[in-house]
Design a protein around this ligand. Sequence first.
Ligand code: LMR
Length: 396
Amino acid sequence: MFDAVKPAAPDAILGLTEAYNADDRPGKINLGVGVYKDASGKTPVLATVKEAERRLIDTEASKSYKPIDGDPAYGACVQAMLFGVDSSIVTEKRAATSHCPGGTGALRVAGDYLHANHPSATLWLSDETWPNHPAIFTAAGLPMKRYPYFDAKANALNFDAMLDGLSKASAGDVVLLHGCCHNPTGVDLGPDQWVKVADLCAGKGLLPLLDFAYQGFAEGIEQDAVGLRALASKVSELIVCGSFSKNFGLYNERVGSLTFVAGSADTAKAVQSQVKACVRRNYSNPPAHGGAVVTTILQDQALTTQWHGELTEMRERINGVRSLFVNTLAQKGANRDFSFITQQRGMFSYSGLTKDQVGQLRDKHAVYIVGSGRINVAGMTEGNMDKLCEAIVDVL
Ligand code: LMR
């Protein structure tokens, strides 16, 4: 049976890391996958994570299964971060959270839930979006359409076209929105624009599905929730897929969350029972460790404050590197103005480089970036900046 199997195309993002690892050229640079690196080029384990792990070693009493949707304490921490502790969504118990294996796991469970419970819903994705979105929701069997988002010529959001595109969605359709740090463009809605999108969703009866993988990487935990909170104030039902991969640096622990907000506590319970059925037939129940680390930190005021400091340090380093990147490109003689990159938010810079230029970067210079021209700014350091910018200027 297996002899007839054809090799699959490598993954657009993780496949790059495989190719990078197999490359033996010295000075190679991997700016593909969205992983933070510090000034020395290492992906650190946060000090708060290490401290939480030390505490867990001492206190963990069992390796028995977790509930299908994870520990309630983890869900409470997630909801406080998403909606704020005093939110009526939390106090009225209108939200139900599942601990899922990463943001990707949360998206897939959301897709399975939608397919099983709302089979006539079409999912609307931004144009462009994270390449794994269409793959995940195709696997879940959802019909999909695109709404305009990014204007490549202006390197900016095309908000009028976005609203126009979304106005074509039908009541009961689902709209996937990036909570902040839009992946791959780094171009987000402003607060007023979020209100307009929330009004549109409320007016047309659309269900927002927020992919919120980078909370804290644009401006801060609270500030980055402005879009989510605008939606939550206008619509009574929404879905949020969260991830602690980036803001806690817990990439390989696969610690994400899937939160459904419903109109009442009873409805939230019924929906959660369907979500649990999806989880059970998929991976049964979540891996414990990452969720326990996050819960340990967020339940301890001193650790939480320290973690906010670590997150701020990551965010500020990325913003500093963004400016250095733009300035170094100019110094090296780039024939194009890249200053728009300093306006983009989060880990990624949407460079405008063509597929051909991306190929040349890899073949001639051992610089790996995503085929769409997306560059992981969080992987740049002072050490690799000159080589990177010389390579980009060469392919331009
Ligand atoms: C990325 O876009 O690089 C990250 O979200 C990691 C991934 O799984 O693709």
